[in-house]
Ligand binder design. Structure first.
Ligand code: PLP
Ligand code: COI
Length: 354
């Protein structure tokens, strides 16, 4: 794919080393854009200065939410290298979302090339402080100016970049999670497995409830029986129960996380038995009662490996492992980030140099 590059004449001030970086508030000098029109396909791939986008108020994305997004990161190696982590997996998942949302797919190699190109142009924006990275947000929006409900015939694919610190204020400190028993996020047959705004807006009400009660995120139960564990607002969830690693199976209503997949692989290579299956909230409560619920952690690009110290379900509050980070959770965090930051060998071929 041919990508034209127009550099900004007014570069912005970059955050300074040592400055605390929030998650997703600061944006770099450039963005990637590509247009789609029916009959012409994807065209005009370009890197341009970061700017606002002008759309008709009738653009379909505003009314019916036809859009998808992805999330990955670029990491700075100790000699200034720029690394990506399994970007082909994001490209494939983007197309699974596109298929579900009637958005035209993008060839995997074009998606990866677009990510590499924009990261290369803004590579000086990749922060170097411990625990920081350049968060990459590719997204597609439907741009036809029409109020009828049908798939759009035109789209914009855009990639923006944000130098970011930890997703949770608390960093690697264990987070408190609210198990939601009133609202649901997704059902099988719906759009739960796609990465699209609708899943996140559906989560806001419960997340507000959780925040108001002092919890960081919501753990969703299945939308039908409200009994089986699904995933957390911005991460998948994993349990260490009686020495085994257990996580909800990919069932159509949760996001197939790339971090989840990588962590399961690491766990197996550490010698743990892993199970991807249904887990009921009652099973967790029983495991907590009989002392076999050893560790709980979330996995995600933004959240990395995030220890869970407390789970609240109805009027029950479960404290996990004295509220401290578990040994395996710490080992997984160190190994995953070691591979991502180029500090240790990558026997899996996950790290991609830009
Ligand atoms: N589940 C949800 C709802 C998410 O938003 C994310 C974040 O991307 C994940 C899981 C984890 O996915 P990944 O590890 O691919 O970032
Ligand atoms: C990610 O981890 O990349 C996500 O998309 C989570 C996000 C909703 C902040």
């Amino acid at each position: 794919m041919e990508i034209s590059i127009t550099r900004t004449k007014t570069p912005k001030q970059k955050p300074k080393a040592g400055e605390k970086l929030p998650f997703g508030h600061i944006f770099t000098d450039h963005m990637f854009l590509m247009d789609y029109n029916e009959g012409r396909g994807w065209h005009d791939a370009r890197v341009v200065p970061f700017s606002d986008i002008t759309l008709s108020p009738a653009a379909m994305v505003f009314h019916y939410g036809q859009e998808m997004f992805e999330g990955l990161k670029a990491y700075r190696g100790k000699n200034g290298e720029a690394y990506l982590f399994r970007p082909d997996m994001n490209a494939k998942r983007a197309n699974n979302s596109n298929e579900r949302l009637c958005i035209p797919t993008i060839p995997v190699e074009d998606f990866v090339q677009a990510v590499k190109t924009i990261v290369d142009v803004d590579r000086d924006w990749i922060p170097s402080d411990e625990g920081t990275s350049l968060y990459i947000r590719p997204f597609i929006i439907a741009t036809d100016a029409h109020l009828g409900v049908h798939p759009s015939s035109s789209y914009i694919f855009c990639i923006i970049l944000s130098p970011s610190g930890a997703y949770y204020e608390s960093g690697l400190q264990p987070v408190g999670i609210w198990v939601e028993d009133e609202y649901v996020r997704a059902v099988r047959g719906g759009i739960g497995y796609a990465k699209t705004g609708g899943n996140y807006v559906a989560s806001l009400k419960a997340q507000q409830k959780a925040y108001d009660s002092g919890y960081s995120q919501v753990l969703w139960l299945d939308g039908v029986e409200r009994k089986y564990i699904e995933e957390v607002g911005a991460m998948n969830i994993c349990f260490k129960i009686n020495g085994k690693i257990v996580t909800p199976a990919i069932n159509g209503s949760i996001l197939p996380g790339i971090t989840r997949d990588s962590i399961l692989r690491l766990c197996r290579d550490f010698g743990y038995e892993t199970e991807e299956r249904k887990i009921s909230i009652d099973e967790l409560i029983d495991a907590q009662d009989n002392g076999t619920l050893e560790e709980v952690f979330g996995t995600g690009t933004a959240a990395v490996v995030s220890p869970v110290g407390k789970l609240r379900y109805k009027d029950r509050v479960m404290t996990i492992g004295d509220g401290k980070i578990g040994e395996l959770t710490q080992r997984l965090y160190d190994t995953l980030t070691g591979i991502q930051w180029g500090k240790i060998d990558d026997p899996y071929g996950w790290r991609v140099t830009v």
